[in-house]
Design a protein around this ligand. Sequence first.
Ligand code: AMP
Ligand code: ZN
Length: 118
Amino acid sequence: MSEETMNCLFCRIIAKQIPADILYENEKVLAFKDINPQAPVHILIIPKKHISRISDLEESDKDIISELIFIAKKLAEEKGIAESGYRLVLNNNKDAGQAVFHIHLHLLGGRKLSWPPG
Ligand code: AMP
Ligand code: ZN
């Protein structure tokens, strides 16, 4: 592990050094339950490649982002919230409240979500 990924919470979850409630895994992405759920369904879908934030995306990362969204769509079906509805959130940097600097797509659902977000 590089120093950057050794210091990254989500890279350590990918490496199974820190436990998580994993719901889906393939060679490119991992999905696990958020430790502090904000809705009855709150899942994080992350790329296995360490990318700190959306601002750091490169053109070659485009496929990874579509993979995150596609896995979120499948998990929403599995969790039975596809019809009722759900929200996909990518927080980028300080004003959005990004706390973990490894890209993660939030899948939130199972309750009525207010808009606009706070
Ligand atoms: P963000 O504010 O978009 O950076 O979201 C970070 C999310 O990671 C929060 O919703 C946290 O509850 C979640 N989180 C932090 N640590 C863990 C962990 N060890 N396992 C699962 N989720 C976590
Ligand atoms: Zn990382």
